[in-house]
Ligand binder design. Structure first.
Ligand code: B12
Ligand code: SF4
Length: 666
């Protein structure tokens, strides 16, 4: 990695006592404009030609101010709170933006405007498709194979679930990401194990120390006890940003118990905020940004052989000088059909079947699958453009059906859930998938619970997927207001969506719709349109609806914009806690500029209640069906509402005092 030339000669980077970056040079001290402009130019140039210095530089200015320069690709500014505390006259944003005018106080207390240059592609959604990995999976499995007789073990941890204490529900699923990682390492010959903290103790729910969350699964001590002395590398999957605070504490506890263990994290959250995560939790050694299988394999191989890992694409770390080193996002795997199938034999799959823990409608033995990776769209509230970029890869239809057959034969699976970001993009793909299921007489229910787009879902496709076993279909329009849809770049037409939903219901699908209220720009009347649209869909026969409150997830375009305009002032505990809105109706965290939380929260609750009131009273057969289901020896939910109700009862029984009472976490 090349270092910035001109700027580096003038601005020295050194580690200061507090661990934040401190820079100073004769040139920088001599005059603001020359140094600052030079550094700014250098940062821009190096960002453009891809040779960015991945260090954040802080230029000392003669008036006592500091300018923080984080060239594109660095992931923004770390540790600003400390810099801030050090020199309180300077106002700084918590994350990097390209160039921002900020009001600062000069030495005499007068407010002046300064330009603060910061940038970070890691928090800026990628507008292009990530580079493909030119290397083949098979070749890499060979090239990075474990040394003969390798004794160094790799464990992959999926931590406990972090659920708001006031949550009415929160789905629990099998860990498909870790299962993919384990399969790849196993195929390359490494001794590997998955610690699925949720699956290994699914009925244990403990209260977090801060009192805000319930933690489901193995608790910290139990996870630490599961790490073996032979383990050389511990990979930790961190998916949700809202779980970060508790998972950070867990990582700290693991580090205390195992000072020499190499800790690597990956997943959506670290990918969105790589530098922040590494600096916020120095107990982590390496971070993998983006798609994980091949990068993790190469990293593990390098670590076990004691090789230099600075050039492994997709790896980030803090170097000895305190600089943030990154090789960017991992390159996208092109031949995903050659990736080894998820290593379910390393998880306690059966535990998930006991009380039907899953994302969609539980049918007894639901198992997840992924048929596509990435999404070609760029909705502004979604982190996909940062994590997977716009590169969209579909697996070969016959490979997907092979995997389904395997799950039926080995796990007796009776329902397959697609965890794809947006499963149905290409009509030809889904039609040939249906054809293949029929040709092979694969008789299984399958579901699309994570939400899909409607473009490819015309009557012909809807009929085909229904005939081929699709039992639950989730559309994700997000809004019922065209203006909002345009603002969030959702790129759907409501009339087209409505006719697709109408057709879906008429061919026999159980349909759910997802909405979000409270986008930053939204006005009350626009939100009302969304609620009204939801109610219209209830009348049409849609069975389920989720109205969530907008949360600015790291990695999304809206998150970046809200940081830029100061609406997200700092990445602190309060921010991460504010993200827990999904299954907690009491959460009043709202970032909408025109509608206060006091109005948004009741609107969400009323919208949701009215939807279900209509969905049941206008379709009384559903009430009869629900009553019948409750009298069956094993409850069978007919839609997601009933499924979540069931989950709620199971959790309630689990945590009821006198039964398996909630304990405090350690
Ligand atoms: C299934 C799913 C769920 C399931 C649970 C999934 C699980 N396993 O726990 C349920 C239904 C519970 C769920 C709930 C929610 N979800 Co969700 N969900 C997904 C979804 C659709 C699929 C996840 C998945 O399995 N991906 C496929 C696997 C292969 O990818 P992966 O896990 O990311 O792993 C790869 C890499 O990340 C990396 N990797 C992962 N871990 C590690 C570890 C190491 C060491 C390394 C090296 C690499 C690595 O390598 C893996 C293989 O390439 C994703 C979107 C998506 N397709 O990713 C959203 C997504 C993860 N969900 C999201 C959100 C926001 C939520 C909710 C808040 C509700 C909502 N608005 O949708 C809740 C929160 C729940 C909670 N507990 O807090 C966001 C997360 C954003 C964020 N930064 O937090 C996502 C990204 C969707 C989006 N684009 O907005 N979700
Ligand atoms: S919200 Fe859905 S369609 Fe939009 S970018 Fe994210 S995954 Fe793609």
């Amino acid at each position: 990695m090349a270092l910035v030339t001109a700027a580096a000669t003038m601005i020295l980077v050194e580690e200061c006592k507090c661990g934040s970056m401190k820079g100073g040079s004769a040139g920088a001290r001599a005059g603001r404009s020359r140094d600052f402009e030079t550094a700014q130019r250098a940062a821009r140039r190096d960002g453009a030609n891809g040779t960015a210095d991945h260090r954040v530089r802080v230029a000392e200015l003669p008036n006592g101010f500091r300018h923080v320069i984080a060239p594109p690709g660095t992931g923004g500014l770390p540790d600003v709170s400390r810099l801030h505390a050090e020199r309180s006259s300077v106002t700084m944003t918590p994350l990097g933006m390209s160039a921002r005018e900020i009001p600062v106080k000069n030495g005499k207390g007068k407010v002046v405007t300064e330009t603060l240059l910061m940038a970070g592609s890691a928090i800026r959604p990628m507008r292009t498709a990530q580079q493909p990995d030119a290397r083949s999976v098979v070749a890499l499995l060979e090239r990075f194979a474990a040394p003969v007789g390798c004794a160094a073990k790799v464990q992959i941890l999926r931590p406990f679930a972090v659920i708001s204490r006031k949550s009415y529900s929160a789905p629990i699923t099998l860990p498909i990401g870790p299962a993919y990682l384990a399969a790849t390492l196993e195929k390359a010959g490494y001794p590997v194990e998955i610690i699925d903290a949720i699956g290994e103790n699914i009925y244990q729910i403990v209260r977090s120390q801060c009192g805000h969350y319930n933690l489901q699964g193995l608790c910290t001590d139990e996870i630490v006890a599961r790490i073996t002395p032979q383990t050389r590398v511990l990979g930790i999957s961190i998916m949700f940003s809202q779980e970060w605070l508790e998972h950070r504490s867990l990582i700290r506890a693991i580090r205390r118990a195992f000072p020499d263990l190499i800790i690597v994290v990956g997943g959506e959250h670290p990918t969105a905020l790589p530098e922040y995560v590494l600096r916020d939790c120095p107990e982590i050694d390496y971070l993998v940004a983006g798609e994980g299988e091949l990068t993790f394999l190469e990293l593990v191989h390098g670590l076990i052989h004691g090789r230099e890992i600075r050039d492994v694409p997709g790896v980030c770390f803090i170097d000895e000088a305190g600089g943030f080193v990154t090789t960017g996002l991992s390159r996208r795997i092109m031949d995903i059909d050659n990736l080894p199938a998820p290593a379910w034999h390393r998880c306690n799959v059966e535990n998930y079947f006991i009380d039907n823990w899953t994302m969609g409608i539980a049918m007894g033995r639901n198992m997840p699958i992924i048929a596509t990776r990435g999404c070609p769209y760029q909705c502004t509230f979604c982190s996909n453009p940062t994590m997977w970029t716009t590169r969209y890869k579909m697996r070969d239809v016959s490979e997907v059906v092979n995997e389904i057959e395997f799950l039926i034969n080995h796990y007796n699976a009776n329902s397959i859930e697609f965890f794809d970001l947006t499963a149905i993009v290409k009509k030809e793909w889904i039609l040939s998938f249906c054809k293949e299921l029929k040709r092979r007489h694969v008789d299984i229910a399958w579901q699309l619970p994570s939400g899909t787009r409607s473009e490819a879902l015309d009557r012909e496709t809807l009929k085909a997927i229904c005939d081929a076993g699709c039992r639950f279909l989730v559309y994700a329009p997000e809004s019922g207001c065209e203006e909002t849809l345009a603002a969030i770049k959702k790129k759907i037409k409501l009339d087209h969506l409505t006719s697709s939903i109408r057709a879906a219901i008429s061919v026999g699908h159980t349909v759910k719709v997802n909405f979000i209220l409270g986008f930053p720009h939204e006005r009350f009347r626009q939100m009302i349109k969304t609620v009204a649209y939801a109610l219209k869909l209830a009348r049409l026969g849609v069975e389920d609806c989720n109205i969530s409150a907008f949360s600015p997830y790291p990695g999304s375009e809206l998150f970046r914009d809200l940081v830029a305009d100061g609406s997200v002032p700092a990445l602190n505990d309060a921010y991460f806690r504010s993200l827990v809105t999904q299954f907690d109706f009491t959460s009043s965290a709202a970032i909408c500029k025109h509608v206060p939380a006091g109005l948004l929260v009741p609107l969400r609750i009323i919208g949701q209640m009215l939807f279900y009131a209509l969905a049941y009273t206008l379709h009384p057969k559903r009430i009869v069906r629900l009553v019948k289901s409750t009298f069956k020896s094993r409850f069978q939910a007919n839609n997601l509402f009933e499924q979540r109700l069931y989950d709620f009862i199971v959790r309630f029984r689990t945590v009821r005092p006198g039964n398996r009472a909630i304990r405090s976490s350690n």
